[in-house]
Design a protein around this ligand. Structure first.
Ligand code: SAH
Length: 345
């Protein structure tokens, strides 16, 4: 029985499922979930740290600078949510070797749901004694310097379409023996009371996001900073559920468990869930402020000049990842923000 067959049987028995439940099963089902069964990075999609070492290096140096700016607390948690292949953290650790005291004080903690990817991370980060957690609540209670790149976009979302005074939820049901979308009846959604949008507008919300962000913000009350980098906007509007297989966009309902599923991140919801957040900043602007051009020029003196120039462009150019991807930092109230990020206006 495939995952789709099991979903169809369940919907027939208990009724349509939310898009969030569908995403959670498709991504994390222990037997057939997308992340549970494979290492998708580089085949189905490519992330910034997989494009170039410059990304993880600059993240590492930004976190180390934030650590110095806050008086170099020791010990501290160096954390990543959804570390993928561990590439970003490995580059960050290599780049910060020369920061006096940073490695000695760092305790590496990784939040990762996939057993397959934990295995890859264990190899990439051998020598740094990582401790894994299933959920962010597992992170220790002490100063925390954290990064999450393309993590929030994998969290399940619910979709609601405005209809008169209420909202109709987009659900996954069964039609002609196949999975299909349908709309539920109009109901009030108190979480969306503040959203004044025309009838027919689809709005997404991520039920898990406020809890995860609040947990991270709670650890930061001892000091620290968190960098969230993702594909997204200020306030969600429109259907952004996307499935990628072998780098190509496919129907999200087709063969669940065999394609990556993501949705754009609503940075307004991220800012609202934390007591102190920076301005939302385009990735390209942030990387330029952190000195990516100087780093690219230094690397380009070696044999890989063309590859470095292409990676620099891909990460920063507004027509590539530079504008679509955004960065937002969280910090403790009163603490300085990490370099390259400003107060919200
Ligand atoms: N940050 C990495 C990988 C991004 S892919 C990079 O930039 O290359 C998303 C990562 O989040 C994967 O490691 C995936 O297994 C993990 N993940 C997805 N959903 C998760 C969840 N609910 N809890 C914990 N980890 C999750």
């Amino acid at each position: 029985m495939t995952l789709a067959d099991r979903m169809i049987a369940r919907i027939r028995a208990t009724g349509p499922m939310t898009v969030a439940d569908f995403m959670a099963d498709a991504l994390l089902d222990p037997a057939e979930g997308y992340y549970a069964t494979r290492d998708p990075l580089g085949t189905d999609f490519t992330t910034a740290p997989e494009i170039s070492q410059m990304f993880g290096e600059l993240v590492g140096l930004a976190l180390a600078q934030a650590w110095l700016d806050q008086g170099a607390p020791a010990p501290f948690t160096l954390a990543e949510l959804g570390p993928g292949r561990g590439t970003l953290m490995a580059d960050a650790l290599r780049a910060t070797r020369g920061v006096p005291g940073f490695h000695e004080a760092a305790r590496l903690h990784l939040v990762e749901a996939s057993a397959t990817l934990r295995g890859v991370q264990a190899r990439t980060l051998a020598g740094h004694a990582p401790v894994w957690h299933d959920i962010a609540e597992g992170l220790p209670d002490r100063p925390t310097f954290l990064v999450a790149n393309e993590f929030l976009d994998a969290l399940p979302i619910r979709q609601h379409v405005r209809d008169g005074g209420g909202w109709r939820e987009r659900l996954v049901t069964v039609r002609d023996s196949a999975l299909a979308f349908a709309l539920g009846p109009p109901v009030p959604v108190p979480e969306l009371d503040a959203r004044d949008v025309p009838d027919g507008t689809l709005v997404e919300r991520c039920p898990a996001l406020p809890g995860i962000v609040a947990t991270v913000a709670d650890r930061l009350r001892h000091g620290g900073a968190a960098l969230f980098v993702d594909y997204g906007h200020w306030l969600s509007q429109g259907d952004t559920l996307q499935a990628l297989r072998a780098g190509k966009s496919v129907d999200p309902l087709d063969a669940p468990g065999t394609a990556d599923l993501t949705a754009h991140v609503d940075f307004a919801a991220l800012a609202a869930a934390a007591p102190r957040a920076s301005a939302m900043t385009p990735q390209g602007v942030w990387l330029e402020r952190l000195g990516i051009t100087a780093r690219a020029n230094a690397l380009a003196r070696g044999p890989r000049a063309e590859e470095i120039a292409a990676a620099h462009r891909r990460l920063t150019h507004p027509g590539e990842m530079g504008d679509l991807f955004k960065v937002m930092a969280l910090a403790a109230p009163g603490a300085p923000l990490p370099p390259g990020l400003e107060e919200p206006s």
